[in-house]
Write a protein that binds this ligand. Structure first.
Ligand SMILES: Cc1cc2nc3c(=O)[nH]c(=O)nc-3n(C[C@H](O)[C@H](O)[C@H](O)COP(=O)(O)OP(=O)(O)OC[C@H]3O[C@@H](n4cnc5c(N)ncnc54)[C@H](O)[C@@H]3O)c2cc1C
Length: 512
């Protein structure tokens, strides 16, 4: 049986980061990915047949990938900032809120239409999250600190953002329902929770959305998300890691024998360490001593190619500005809570809260030159409060169809022309639109219940009484099985395109 220092299960971007660090450190590394490409949920694809548009099919924005990983591994990744933070049309009126980082005066005027106090409140609120980001983000590539240490690091902000439901803090901080909603959305991405979430899942989700890079900015990966994973894979190969696609891992023994299937044949290797780049639930199927966890996703993702940007009902904002940042639709605070209640009853929320991103406005390089010349633009919609439980109620095919209609209806409520008229038609006659339910994500990528983070997001610290005696506990990558570590989103501080899980697992191996 062939022996490796480290065998890595899965070939998502985190697993690739682990492979790169470990092979750079001189370890023999075998990485096994069941799909025919590397990158997992961080990938680009020619989604529509005959169309020269390489879409970030699943994840699309980057905030949490530390510069240190880019430098350590010599990655060729360019992250383009967006001038506009967000645009949010008023669902009950003609105007909208445009947050323009390059024009403070215009942004203040835009806030003033909704509340005379909220521009000040916004600046004060986000100066607190920036304070947290600047202190917390540099710790994510270090061994875990304790709750008390992080409390000391963050001072009074700890209580505000870590101990009280974030929705309550938002309600107290802002006056306008629309402004409250814009802030709240960061707490609900892929997270099914009410606004006043006593479990604090929404707080954890919020936290990871505001600390990235020490600023909380979300940037566009130039060339698409596939460029991010591709660059990490290239580094791992350069350092000598063996990366094998179309290799499905079938089982892992407690003594770290890994059985996998490649081209119809079964193979077995063993290793000093096994790293799991797959979710805890998937790992439990390969290594039954690991307990599965209850977890579900809560979103629908729609990718589209448009002939051009649509016109808005709000004529005071250009489509280029509105689609230049995050475009929030029907995401007022009350609408978010109503959507949560509707989905909890098994209904598809109406209106469906959605946020939209246009990659090609900031980075047209993902479109071929001919397509670019026509003025075509890509659109990514991430709809909230579509929990996996709806799949059981409606059936997956029916849910996909209904969800797509709900997304288009929600969009149309703020557009001056029907979005359907602008969807590009491929040479084969099909419309360039694809919709992915939580079930579709589970089927394609193995995300449990379609949860985009693999597992419930963790606090970026351990409780004071918790044991930090071993490297895997210190780095937050322990699975409970000797020398089998998480290296993906299921690791503590994992979740999102960050490479943090991969880096920290590699450090735990090197320290062991
Ligand atoms: C629709 C969507 C939108 C998102 N948007 C963003 C965003 O904009 N920004 C952001 O930061 N994050 C976003 N995320 C989250 C982010 O993409 C993920 O958290 C991250 O990519 C997970 O990376 P990973 O390497 O940990 O695991 P994954 O990317 O999930 O990779 C796991 C890999 O393991 C493979 N695998 C599974 N089972 C086996 C087996 N038995 N044998 C071999 N291989 C196996 C899978 O095929 C997969 O390639 C989004 C996710 C989704 C789904």
């Amino acid at each position: 049986m062939q022996h490796y220092d480290v065998v890595i299960i899965g070939g998502g971007h985190n697993a690739l980061v682990a492979a790169a660090y470990l092979s750079k450190a001189g370890k023999s590394v075998l990485l096994l990915e069941k799909l025919d490409y590397l990158g997992g949920a961080a990938t680009s694809s020619y989604t529509f047949e005959g169309i020269d548009a390489k879409l970030s099919r699943y994840s699309y924005l980057v905030s949490l990938l530390p510069q240190q990983i880019i430098e350590d591994l010599g990655l060729e990744i360019t992250l383009a900032p967006r001038r506009y933070s967000s645009y949010t049309p008023n669902p009950h009126g003609a105007s909208g809120l445009l947050v323009d980082k390059a024009d403070r005066g215009a942004t203040k005027d835009s806030f003033d239409a909704f509340s005379k106090k909220d521009f000040e409140a916004w600046n004060s609120f986000y100066s607190k999250t920036e304070y947290i980001a600047q202190r917390l983000f540099p710790t994510v590539l270090e061994p875990l600190k304790t709750r008390s240490e992080i409390r000391t690091l963050l001072g009074e902000n700890f209580e505000t953002f870590f101990e009280r439901p974030i929705g309550d803090v938002i309600t107290e901080s802002f006056e306008s329902d629309l402004v409250r909603g814009v802030v709240m959305t960061d707490a609900l991405i892929g997270t099914f929770a009410p606004n006043s979430d006593q479990e604090l899942d929404a707080n954890r989700c919020f936290l990871y959305h505001v600390i990235g890079g020490g600023t909380g900015d979300w940037n566009i990966p130039v060339g698409g998300m596939g460029q991010v994973s591709g660059s990490i894979a290239a580094a791992a190969k350069r350092f000598g890691a063996e990366l094998v696609t179309a290799a499905k891992v079938l089982s892992i023994s407690p003594t770290r024998e890994v059985e996998y299937e490649l081209a119809g044949k079964h193979h077995k290797v063993n290793a000093d360490f096994v790293l799991s780049g797959i979710s805890k639930n998937q790992l439990s199927k390969l290594l039954p001593t690991i307990e599965p966890e209850k977890v579900q996703g809560a979103q629908v993702k729609v990718n589209m190619l448009l002939t051009r940007l649509p016109k808005l009902k709000d004529v005071s904002v250009s489509p280029e500005a509105a689609f230049g940042g995050t475009f929030h639709i029907n995401e007022n605070f009350e609408q978010l809570d109503a959507a949560f209640r509707a989905a909890s009853r098994g209904e598809i929320p109406d209106p469906l809260p959605c946020e939209i991103y246009c990659h090609s406005l900031t980075d047209p390089s993902i479109l071929g030159p001919e397509l670019r010349a026509t003025g075509a633009q890509t659109l990514t919609v991430f709809a909230l409060h579509m929990p996996h439980s709806l799949v059981e109620k409606h059936g997956n095919d029916e849910l996909r169809e209904k969800a797509q209609l709900a997304v288009l209806k929600s969009l149309n409520s703020v557009l001056a022309e029907p979005i359907e008229d602008l969807i590009y038609r491929a040479p084969n006659g099909e419309l360039c639109i694809e919709t992915k339910t939580t079930q579709d994500l589970e089927d394609a990528l193995g995300l449990p219940g379609g949860n985009i983070f693999h597992s419930p997001l963790s606090w970026p610290f351990v409780e004071d009484h918790e044991d930090l005696a071993t490297p895997e506990l210190r780095w937050g990558v322990a699975t409970g099985v000797d020398r089998v570590f998480f290296c993906g989103s299921s690791a503590m501080r994992g979740g999102a395109v960050s490479g943090i899980g991969g880096h920290n697992a590699a450090m735990a191996v090197l320290e062991s």
